[in-house]
Design a binder for this molecule. Sequence first.
Ligand code: AKB
Length: 316
Amino acid sequence: MKKTKVLIIGAGGQLGAELAIALRKIYGTSEVVTADIKDPQGVLLEGPHEKFDVLQRDKLFELIKKYQITQVYHLAALLSATGEKDPRWAWKLNMESLLYVLEAAHELKLDKVYWPSSIAAFGPETPKAMTPQQTIMDPSTVYGMTKLAGELWCSYYFRRYGVDVRSLRYPGLIGWKTPPGGGTTDYAVDIYFKAVAEKRFTCFLSADTYLPMMYMDDAVKATLDLMEAPAEKVRVRTSYNISSMSFCPAQLAATIKKYIPEFTISYEPDFRQSIADSWPRSIDDSDARRDWGWQHQFGLDEMTKDILYHLQKGKN
Ligand code: AKB
């Protein structure tokens, strides 16, 4: 049987570092190559790593050949809030890098590709409650536009060239190991760091802004479950809706207060409010549950307990 060799592009980000740990547990440290434009830190120092700019097409092809890569996880992207500061750059970076990866997958015959989509692919006209898999998609951010276009490119490469590319529409991802990276859902990461360090937090979204969210452990599990599913079970070849919980800043603050009673929150909504208002409040992920058995493990309370435990342990 052919050995699995994985390349994670954008491995220095929130999800990349966690996937590197999980994939190295499955395939072995030397079989998972990490790549990022930033200098490596933490887990990325523990195995093979390449400094890599995703817009270097030739270097991508070289790396795949050099390490005999069979699977690529392409996670590098500008997120929703950062993307709005330089829309043209966000479009170039997010779209061209995806096309290079798809071209490499086709020409170099990779076994599988993973590429993340997002709830940002939905927009103001999308039904907000229990947003279905198939529905109106009219993203209002350039990041969302790259996600919607990217989904269609993935499906095109699957239909036209048989590239086995798989994708999830992530909600806001919440982890405690790395700082957030320019998204609209990032308040839900930052709030935990500030709750532990300063006992107060100023939120850039209003108190009642409901958004779909997911704990990092569930996001890693969903990604690996999808990538390990038999190809015939992966029936959605754009990107799967995926969900575990929805909450608003006021609810999150009340949950944190259960564990840190002195914690206080205030609200100063900024330009990210209108991005959040254009996204779904909750997601129907029944296709993922039916096709490849997706099941989440963490709700708001379990996640909060776990994050505060880790952050407070680090402080003492
Ligand atoms: C963002 O807020 O931009 C991301 C996302 C929902 O894709 N976390």
